[in-house]
Design a protein around this ligand. Structure first.
Ligand SMILES: NC(=O)c1ccc[n+]([C@@H]2O[C@H](COP(=O)([O-])OP(=O)(O)OC[C@H]3O[C@@H](n4cnc5c(N)ncnc54)[C@H](O)[C@@H]3O)[C@@H](O)[C@H]2O)c1
Length: 427
């Protein structure tokens, strides 16, 4: 019997406050939430930055009791999530504040989850790596202050980590993980090194493009209960609006924010773009470029990216995704050429003469244009991979069902092998 298709999609709202200088309001927000004891999860690199000072001062001025936790990993791991969760469990906090990029915000989400609804670590982790249990109820208040313009984690119900033993990234996804409030303040991205602004900003492009081109929500199977309808439910008419606007903003402002970190307007618009893309993909999902990125990040050997102050090799998240994107859009375009052309147009390409059969190439060329403008390495080979790694990269992608299933065109072992081959050297 054919599986019954879903007929509904759900738009879970995110609560975002946007404005320059508003980080100083955070203590008052905690008072209004009746918070008395907060776990302040902060990127250690930012404790002595203006954003760290502003948050600490605001907490003190408003008499909020707090404990600082900064023992986190850039690109978190299962161990670093567990360390934050242990601290949260022992600390008896009634609220959480996250100050940093996606790595920090995701760590705070995990700390909040496991201290509020204690469970074996893998119970909530996405299947098939974990058991994929839905989160049983609301969490404690979490206020997220993003300091990168990319992940949109301040808007999403997702927390991503590197499962070190399996050399693969995976995560936890549920609407209850969404922060209570995102404080989106462009004063907080002024210190971003250009290479980090580029890598994180390209994540905005990927989120928006993948959510716009994902399988439609009404081609997914019907869930047995509403609680089981995934946050990554496929493209839908509401997410589409956010995705297209995010592409337009990113195309206009990321090259400017990269070229000149003192460009206030460009930084503010990129933070807005990241949150807008987050609201879109948080309710639609991403697909193959993200699924393929998890082993690209997880199997890294020696790559040391510019701008990242870390003591380990890494491929930054935004880079690990964008390196797969040109090959993927050439592959997926035939499933829905109109959407691929509309995406290229929102990114600034002239599509007036393009035929449906050219959609993949037109979009791939436009993505490559941004990669070159922003100094992205030229393919997987440039971050240390060889064709000998492809079978392992494919095996690392296959279990990423939550996202690969949303590809508008199915991709099995043979297709993924070709996509990785094509992504070794891009131009
Ligand atoms: N939860 C989600 O919805 C979601 C979505 C996409 C990605 N992610 C995850 O988020 C992580 C990546 O997060 P990210 O791209 O925001 O970067 P990040 O948090 O990993 O930070 C990147 C680097 O920038 C530095 N940094 C951050 N803000 C800075 C600032 N204002 N000034 C100077 N340096 C600063 C950090 O110390 C670090 O070295 C990955 O683990 C990725 O998988 C999560």
């Amino acid at each position: 019997m054919p599986t019954e298709r879903d007929t509904a999609f759900q738009m879970a709202a995110s609560n975002i406050r946007f404005g320059r200088g508003i980080t100083r309001e955070i203590g008052m927000d905690l008072v209004d939430l009746k918070a008395r004891r907060t776990m302040l999860v902060i990127d250690p690199a930012l404790r002595d930055h203006p954003v760290g000072h502003t948050v600490l001062e605001s907490l003190k001025q408003n008499d909020i009791g707090f404990e600082v936790f900064d023992d986190l990993s850039i690109e978190p791991t299962d161990a670093s999530f567990k360390a934050a969760a242990d601290c949260a469990t022992q600390g008896g906090f009634d609220s959480f504040v996250a100050v940093g990029g996606g790595s920090t915000i995701d760590t705070a989400k995990a700390a909040n989850l496991y201290s509020t609804h204690p469970s074996d670590f893998f119970d909530y982790v996405n299947a098939p790596i974990g058991l994929g249990h839905p989160i049983p109820g609301p969490l404690k208040p979490l206020i997220a202050v993003p300091t990168t313009a990319g992940t949109g984690s301040e808007t999403t119900g997702v927390a991503i980590f590197d499962y070190v033993e399996k050399k693969a990234k995976t995560g936890i996804a549920h609407r209850y993980l969404k922060p209570t409030l995102g404080i989106v303040d462009s004063d907080n991205t002024r210190t971003l090194p250009p290479a980090v602004a580029a890598a994180t900003g390209l994540d905005v492009l990927s989120h928006a493009l993948e959510s716009y081109t994902a399988m439609p929500f009404d081609e997914r199977p019907m869930p047995a209960r509403p609680l089981e309808r995934p946050a990554y439910q496929g493209s839908n008419p509401v997410s589409d609006i956010w995705a297209i606007r995010a592409l337009e903003l990113m195309a206009e402002f990321l090259p400017r924010a990269y070229a000149d970190p003192s460009d206030e307007e460009a930084r503010a618009q990129m933070l807005l773009a990241a949150a807008i893309a987050g609201i879109g993909f948080g309710n639609a999902g991403v697909h193959l470029p993200h699924g393929m990125s998890y082993p690209v990040a997880g199997m890294v050997r020696g790559h040391r990216p510019d701008g990242y102050v870390v003591d380990h090799a890494m491929v930054p998240h935004g880079i690990s995704v964008i390196l797969n994107t040109p090959a993927v859009v050439r592959f997926t375009a035939s499933a829905n050429p109109e959407r691929h052309l509309r995406g290229a147009e929102a990114l600034g390409a002239d599509v007036s003469d393009a035929s449906p059969s050219e959609a993949g190439e037109v979009l791939a060329e436009r993505v490559i244009h941004f990669m070159r403008t922003l100094g992205v390495p030229n393919g997987l080979a440039a971050v240390g991979y060889t064709t000998d790694d492809i079978p392992a990269l494919v095996q690392g992608t296959l279990p990423q069902h939550r996202v690969t299933k949303l590809s508008p065109r199915p991709a099995g072992e043979a297709e993924l092998t070709s996509l990785f081959e094509e992504s070794m050297t891009i131009w």
